[in-house]
Design a binder for this molecule. Structure first.
Ligand SMILES: *Cc1c(COP(=O)(O)O)cnc(C)c1O
Length: 465
C-alpha cells in the first residue's frame, strides 16, 4: 500500500514514511492510493471478533510489508490493554439508539483510541530507524493529555505540550501536569490557546530548528490516527448486525476536525454497510453549513460547553474533498488556494447533492445539548457528556443509529451538572488527580522563550547524536 498527497506533490510513499511525515510536504494530507475491499464473507467472519483481533484485520491491509501481523498485534495489545473496559469500545443500548463508548482510555476521551496507538507505532518505527523524535503541540485541553499519555515513558520521544495558563479546566490541567515521566514537558504559557498555536506554527516554520531537533506533530492530520479510528466502526457494526450484511447502519459523530467522521467514511469505502453518516456540530457550524449549502466558509469561533468541537477550519476536511473531487489533486489544490485567499470556497449543486445524500448534518446549540443530556438521563438513566449529547440530538430522526460517545461525562462536570443537577461519578482515571504531584513550567507566550526552553531540555541528549 502506497500513500499520496491530496495536493499531488508527493511521490508515493510507504505506510511508515506516511506516519513519520504527518502533514504531506506539499501542504496536503496523505491518503492511501486505494481502499482495501472487505467482502461480505469477511464481514461475517469478523462479526464475532474481540476488538484487538478485529483491529489487526482492519488495519493490516494498510501497512503493506512495513509491519507484520504479529508486530501489529503487539502494538494493538499494548495500546488497548490499558483501557478500563474489556471490550475497549463497548456498545450500549440507550432507548432506540446505540451509544458507542469511546472514552475508556487513560484520559477518558476518544482521542486515546488513536493516540495510544500512534505513540506505540512511533516507538516501533523509531526503534527501527534508530532516531529520536520531539513532539511539539499546543492544546486547548483534551488533545494534549491524550498525546502525553500516548508517549509517556518512551525512550526515543520527548513531548512538549503548551497549554494556556489558567485557561484550561482544572481536571484537564491536572491530567497533563501530573504525568511526571522524564520525557514529558508541560509548558503553561502566559497567553491564550491561539498564542500557543501561533508559537508552535512559528517553531515548525523555523526549518533549521525543526530539522536539527526533529520536531514532529501528533495533531489529527496523521493518517495512523484516522486508521485506528476506522476499527470501531467495524466493531459497532458487527455488534449490532451480528454479521448480517444486509443490515446498513447510520452513525452519528460529534465533529470538530472531521477526523472521526472521516474514519467512518473510510470504513464505508472499504465495504462496511453504512446508511448515513450524521455530522453533528455545535454552533461552530462550518461543516454543517457546507453539507447543507455547498459553501465552505469560516466564521469566528464561539466557545461552547463542547469545547473539543470549537473549531473554525477542519484540518481533515481536505481528505474528504479529495474524494469528492474524484481524486483530482489539481482541483483540491485550487480549492484550498481559494480558501486561503478568500476564506471561502464552494462546490457545484450536483456535488452538494451527493454530499447531502451521504451526510445528514446538523448544528446543535447549547440549550438543545443540555436538554438532550437531561432527557437521556431522565428516560434511560444514562449520562451523556456534552459532545456526545450533540451527536445523540442530531440523530433524533434516525432510530437504531450508533451514536459515538467521545468523552466521559465526568470530564465535563459543569455542563452535566447544569443539565441534570449532579455530576457523573468519575472513572478511576480521573480520581485523585487533584492530590497528585505536578510538574509544569510557566513561560512567556513568546516563541524565542519556548525555543530556548526546548533547546535547554534537550541539549544534554542532543549532543549524544
Ligand atoms: C476531538 C474531539 C471531538 C471531535 O473529533 P474530530 O475528529 O476532531 O472531529 C469530539 N469530541 C471530543 C470529546 C473530542 O475530544
Amino acid at each position: 500500500m502506497r500513500y499520496v498527497s491530496t495536493r499531488g506533490g508527493v511521490d508515493p510513499i510507504t505506510f511508515s514514511q506516511a506516519v513519520i511525515m504527518g502533514l504531506a510536504t506539499d501542504g496536503g494530507l496523505l491518503l492511501p492510493e486505494t481502499f482495501p475491499q472487505i467482502g461480505q464473507e469477511e464481514l461475517r467472519r469478523w462479526a464475532g471478533m474481540p476488538f484487538p483481533e478485529l483491529a489487526v484485520e482492519v488495519m493490516h491491509p494498510y501497512m503493506g510489508d512495513d509491519i507484520s501481523r504479529e508486530q501489529l498485534s503487539t502494538l494493538v495489545e499494548r495500546s488497548y490493554g490499558g483501557f478500563l473496559h474489556p471490550e475497549v469500545t463497548p456498545l450500549v443500548r440507550v432507548g432506540e439508539q446505540y451509544v458507542l463508548e469511546l472514552f475508556h482510555g487513560p484520559t477518558a476521551a476518544f482521542k486515546d483510541v488513536a493516540l495510544q496507538f500512534l505513540g506505540n507505532l512511533f516507538e516501533l518505527l523509531l526503534e527501527r530507524s534508530g532516531g529520536h523524535l520531539n513532539i511539539l503541540g499546543a492544546t486547548s485541553g483534551d488533545t494534549g493529555s491524550a498525546a502525553i499519555y500516548g508517549v509517556r515513558g518512551q525512550r526515543r520521544i520527548d513531548i512538549f505540550i503548551l497549554h494556556p495558563h489558567n485557561r484550561v479546566s482544572p481536571i484537564q490541567e491536572r491530567q497533563m501536569t501530573t504525568v511526571l515521566d522524564d520525557n514529558v514537558h508541560n509548558i503553561a504559557i502566559e497567553g491564550t490557546f491561539d498564542d500557543g498555536q501561533r508559537i508552535v506554527k512559528a517553531l515548525f516554520n523555523d526549518l533549521e530548528f525543526k530539522e536539527e531537533y526533529r520536531l514532529g506533530a501528533v495533531n489529527s492530520i496523521n493518517w495512523a490516527r484516522i486508521l485506528a479510528q476506522v476499527v470501531y466502526y467495524f466493531y459497532a457494526w458487527s455488534r449490532v448486525s451480528g454479521g448480517d450484511t444486509s443490515r446498513k447502519l447510520t452513525f452519528s459523530v460529534p465533529t470538530g476536525n472531521f477526523g472521526d467522521i472521516f474514519a467512518g467514511y473510510v470504513a464505508m469505502r472499504m465495504g462496511l454497510p453504512v446508511a448515513r453518516l450524521v455530522l453533528a456540530t455545535n454552533r461552530n457550524d462550518i461543516l454543517s453549513r457546507f453539507v447543507n449549502t455547498g459553501v465552505y466558509q469560516a466564521r469566528a469561533v464561539h466557545h461552547t460547553i463542547s469545547p473539543s468541537m470549537d473549531i473554525q477550519v477542519s484540518s481533515n476536511f481536505e481528505r474528504y474533498l479529495y474524494y469528492l473531487m474524484d481524486q483530482d489533486a489539481e482541483r483540491v489544490r485550487g480549492l484550498m488556494e481559494q480558501m486561503g485567499r478568500d476564506g471561502r470556497m464552494s462546490i457545484s449543486a450536483k456535488q452538494q447533492e451527493s454530499v447531502a445524500a451521504l451526510f445528514h448534518a446538523e448544528a446543535v446549540g447549547e440549550e438543545k445539548t443540555l436538554e438532550q443530556i437531561a432527557t437521556t438521563y431522565r428516560e434511560f438513566g444514562y449520562i451523556l457528556d456534552p459532545h456526545s449529547a450533540v451527536g445523540v440530538r442530531a440523530a433524533a430522526d434516525f432510530p437504531g443509529a450508533v451514536c459515538l460517545a467521545t468523552a466521559h461525562p465526568a470530564k465535563f462536570g459543569d455542563a452535566v451538572k447544569r443539565a441534570i443537577g449532579c455530576e457523573a461519578p468519575p472513572p478511576p482515571s480521573l480520581q485523585g488527580l487533584m492530590e497528585k504531584a505536578t510538574r509544569c513550567e510557566i513561560l512567556a507566550a513568546d516563541s524565542a522563550v519556548i525555543k530556548n526552553f526546548i533547546q535547554s531540555k534537550l541539549s544534554g541528549r542532543h549532543e549524544q547524536h
